[in-house]
Design a protein around this ligand. Structure first.
Ligand SMILES: [Zn+2]
Length: 454
């Protein structure tokens, strides 16, 4: 009897070990199977470290952007289109780490959780195709509009999250990568998707964050009048405007981008409140675009007081912004304060498309604040930027001219959204070292947005 009990106990322990092992394996499989399969030593999928599968990448209109036949890649026939979407598709040598060829490798390889990798002989090849939300023709327009400048353009549907335009420059023709003079400074950072990965000094577009905080935290701010004599002394430092703005309300100060008013407002708000609003707007955190991690804009006000705090509220100091994150902030304002995460992969009609907006929507500003901020952004256009420049777009926007050091032209920004039910689009345009936001970035944005609604 004693022997039986002992044997049962041993058996029980072994069963327990087996079960534990199984559970651990299953857990590991769920988490890592995709990565295991994608390992470049897997000869089902890779030859000499490169994907050798068969699959196509389409844009939202069904344009074939990239065709891969057993590892051989053909890009779109039009040079401008394939160059404009190069950062989205990826390149022959997988140098663009955020391109679909690398970032969406598991989808292109046809891997899925239940079946693993299909055998190619009897598979349905459509299992390997992916469709991007991008409109390649619009990307080509954006690429042409940037006209050789370094920078980025992003446009997305703030209700569904679909990114319809994503362009980063410089780019290159992925069909002929050998022609790029890489030691040429004009190609600096050519493999980086600046919309997803870069961070820049935001300059005055950051005043939207400061304005949101002011709406909520400065009593009777709507009626309050600030005085701008062209400059204001804060400690040792002087904050100035190009010309004196005179007596202005918050709304007028945003429209003329009055630095001295925003300096005063930043000091009134204090570093803690401004930090909270910066964090809520998406600074100091990254986003994930279908698994691709974005760059992280930073706002650190822990030691900021006096002039530093004033400059931070104006978008200078040590602030940086990631273009895509800022575009999502624009989308949130347009969407009554709720941010829908931008997405590149089309999953139209799938289960994922149904639950995605439900699980990822996030309120980042109160509804009333978003509404007031939106009205002020509309006023920027009608009172200052010139409605005739953006006719029919119902544009709400803010310019930015970010100082980046002596001897260098500032970065030009233009960010905002269309207040249109038929085209719920938010956007961001950044043109590096090119001049004023209103003179350089705004006309580029206008031309691309007009193309988007036509
Ligand atoms: Zn001023």
């Amino acid at each position: 009897m004693k022997l039986i009990i002992r044997r049962s106990a041993i058996l029980f322990i072994f069963s327990l070990l087996l079960l534990t092992g199984l559970v651990l394996f299953l857990g590991n499989y769920i988490n890592n199977a995709s990565t295991w399969v994608q390992h470049s030593s897997n000869r089902h999928l890779y030859t000499d470290g490169k994907l050798n599968t068969t699959g196509n990448i389409y844009d939202r209109s069904g344009r074939l952007l990239l065709e891969m036949i057993e590892g051989n890649i053909n890009f779109h026939e039009d040079t401008t289109i394939r160059t404009a979407v190069m950062h989205a598709t990826g390149d022959l040598n997988d140098n663009v780490a955020t391109g679909a060829l690398v970032a969406f490798r598991d989808r292109l390889s046809g891997w899925n959780f239940f079946n693993g990798v299909y055998e190619f002989d009897d598979m349905n090849t459509s299992g390997n195709d992916i469709t991007l939300n991008l409109d390649a023709q619009l990307c080509a327009t954006a690429y042409r509009e940037l006209a050789g400048h370094k920078g980025a353009v992003g446009i997305y549907n703030y209700e569904t999250g679909e990114i319809i335009c994503m362009v980063s420059t410089p780019s290159f023709d992925p069909a002929h990568p050998g022609n790029i003079p890489f030691d040429d400074p004009r190609h600096e950072g050519v493999y980086i998707n600046r919309l997803l990965s870069s961070v820049y000094v935001p300059g005055s577009i950051f005043k939207l964050v400061t304005t949101a905080a002011a709406i909520d935290h400065i009593p009777h701010v709507k009626e309050k009048v600030y005085k701008c004599e062209g400059k204001i002394q804060i400690g040792e430092d002087i904050v100035s405007c190009l010309t004196p703005c005179g007596e202005v309300t918050l709304e007028q100060a945003l429209a003329t981008s009055c630095n001295t008013t925003f300096a005063q407002i930043s000091l009134e708000l204090g570093s803690k409140t401004l930090q909270d609003y910066a964090n809520a707007a998406g600074f100091n955190s990254t986003m994930h675009v279908d698994g691709i991690q974005t760059g992280m804009g930073r706002v650190d006000l822990s030691d900021a007081e006096g002039a530093n705090l004033a400059w931070a509220g104006i978008g200078q100091y040590t602030n940086t912004a990631n273009p895509l994150n800022f575009m999502a902030f624009m989308g949130a304002i347009a969407n009554g304060g709720v941010r829908v995460p931008p997405s590149l992969l089309s999953d139209e009609g799938s289960f994922a498309s149904l639950i995605r907006p439900l699980i990822k929507k996030e309120r980042i500003i109160p509804p009333k604040t978003a509404e007031k901020l939106g009205r002020m952004m509309r006023n920027n256009v009608t009172s200052t930027y010139g409605e005739w420049n953006f006719k029919g777009l119902e544009l709400c926007a803010k310019t930015g001219t970010a100082e980046v050091g002596e001897g260098k032209l500032p970065h030009a920004w233009f960010a905002g959204y269309l207040d249109r039910e038929d085209y719920p689009l938010a956007f961001v345009v950044i043109v590096e070292n090119s001049g004023s936001g209103l003179r350089v970035a705004a006309p580029i944005a206008a031309n691309i947005l007009r193309a988007a609604v036509n």
